[in-house]
Design a binder for this molecule. Structure first.
Ligand code: HEM
Ligand code: HEM
Length: 227
């Protein structure tokens, strides 16, 4: 740390932080209620069954969380164009050869830290590191898949215009049963993604010592600047 100063940098703007925690809460709610829909359990009912309506509530919570999840995701896409450079869409999808080369070099460095554990050094990136950005992009594709299949199925149960925009997916994927299977399988992607994500966020917080975890609460990271 000789000859270096620590600077506080505002990285995650409020819309990114809000998006992140609303999304995390929705994914957790959708995975729990979705699992219960996929494996319905018997609930002992004391009294009149229609007052309990347990399974109805499970589905209702799934659908409310689904709408919040979907519009929150649309908000993040908008912020990929309107937000600061750390929130910008090219952090996830490098389309120029120069940016792609830079991100590729960085991704190799991150693998040395995260997977090979051959290095224990802070990353140079201030926003997402390149490998994290790519996995977030993969998760955005999974969000899209889950929304399209979810609303496609929901079209059969709702008169609202939004689900009906996705009704075409059900015949395209071979019927309701097939769509439900894919929708169910994708839940496991989110569970595995979340476990690895939380582990890596804690690991980078420790390796880098730059306040990675708290940055998603307050927005600030600490960056070393050479004099
Ligand atoms: C992270 C996001 C989501 C996860 C993890 C998830 C998970 C699940 C799971 C595991 C099931 C049970 C499938 C089965 O029968 O085995 C399910 C059912 C369903 N989900 Fe989702 N889901 C998500 C997002 C959505 C969204 C955005 C919608 C949009 C409306 C949606 C609508 C539905 C519908 C309509 C069903 C069938 C309900 C029924 O037939 O009773 N889901 N979900
Ligand atoms: C306790 C749980 C969690 C913690 C502590 C956490 C923490 C963080 C942190 C610190 C970042 C920024 C990483 C960086 O500096 O590169 C981040 C980004 C992100 N996390 Fe989480 N996270 C959690 C749960 C989740 C869950 C459940 C999901 C969804 C499945 C999720 C999805 C994301 C996404 C998509 C980003 C990129 C944000 C963006 O730029 O829009 N996180 N998370």
């Amino acid at each position: 740390m000789n000859g270096a100063t620590i600077e506080r940098v505002y990285v995650w703007q409020l819309p990114v932080r809000l998006y992140h925690w609303v999304n995390a809460a929705c994914v957790a709610t959708l995975a729990v209620t979705g699992y219960m829909i996929g494996r319905p359990m018997t609930v002992p009912v004391i009294g009149e069954a229609s007052f309990s309506y347990f399974f109805g509530w499970v589905r209702f919570i799934h659908f409310v969380a689904a709408f919040v999840f979907f519009f929150n995701f649309l908000g993040r896409i908008y912020w990929g164009f309107a937000g600061n450079r750390y929130a910008h869409w090219d952090q996830f999808l490098p389309l120029t050869p120069r940016l792609l080369r830079k991100q590729w070099r960085e991704a190799v460095e991150v693998m040395k830290v995260d997977i090979l554990q051959a290095k224990v050094e802070p990353m140079e990136s201030v926003g997402h590191n390149a490998l994290a950005g790519w996995t977030y992009f993969l998760s955005f594709l999974a969000f899209l898949f889950q929304s399209v299949t979810g609303f496609g199925m929901y079209a059969a149960m709702s008169d609202a215009w939004l689900p009906h925009m996705f009704a075409w997916i059900v015949p395209l994927m071979g019927g309701d049963f097939a769509v439900r299977q894919w929708h169910h399988m994708m839940m496991w992607f989110f569970i595995v993604f979340s476990m690895i994500h939380v582990y890596l966020v804690f690991y980078h917080d420790y390796v880098e010592g730059r306040g990675v975890i708290s940055s998603m609460a307050g927005g600030w990271k600490f960056v070393e600047r050479r004099k």
